[in-house]
Design a protein around this ligand. Sequence first.
Ligand code: URA
Length: 298
Amino acid sequence: MTAGQITYDMDELLHFYAESGLDIALSEEPVDQFAASEKAERLRKEQLSQMAAQRQPQNAQRQAQSNQRPANAAPATRAAPTPVFAPSTSQAVPDAQQIALARESAASANTLQELRERLAAFDGCGLKFTAKNLCFEDGNPDAAIMFVGDVPGRDEDMEGLPFAGRTGQLFDNMLSAIGLTREQTYLANMICWRPPGNRIPTPLEIELCQPFIERQIALANPKIIVSFGGPVTKLLTNAADTILRVRGNWLSHATAAGVQIPVMPSLHPAYLLRSPAQKRFAWQDLLSVKAKLQELGA
Ligand code: URA
């Protein structure tokens, strides 16, 4: 094989990788993610069978007790279940427990810095293990206006910041059109880790990250929120309609403490890059945002 042929094959291979979503190298050595998830699945099954094994003697004991009990006796009080899983953030813990852990962890953060630390330590969402960086926030947490995007892309993952690269440039231009800079706004994402190959996050991944973005909003306590795109709008406001129908209309986000924050649903800058004809709608939304900020004296 000649050197020319090798170059050609490498080129083809790199194209194939890029089209399959493998567009950045995360480390020098390849990591077999399939083996990692098989191991997690094996651990999960082992824990489930341990659970079943622990339950068996209890069931047998209960059965024996109920056989001995006279038919008219009062029902026996239920023994407290043996805790099978110590609180842990292992990936092998079943989904419902991970969601409970995410809620507990987010609720226990009293500052944005603590929340960032809790999120960085949370192992329940698999996206953490394929992303290069956590994209937690940018801008000024004391700003009156908070923008919430959906998921980091390649540029954000490389920089560890929301709204970087081309999307970020367009976002900055949109801000400057209403006289704002990034430093006068606070930015966050519904999910802080880039899904591999920019795939759509699963409902479980969204649910696992929901307590963190909700707590982030509560702690930043902005006067208004702009939600970019359908999934973020749905998560924050429960809006059932498509983003093209709901955009431009003020909705509301209720924090856990019951504070209502006005939300302007708008079109995501990444979508506007692909569909520039829609920018006129985003412009209308930005004008409403500007008017609202003035109305609130912010
Ligand atoms: N899209 C987002 O929602 N957030 C980013 O940070 C980048 C793209």
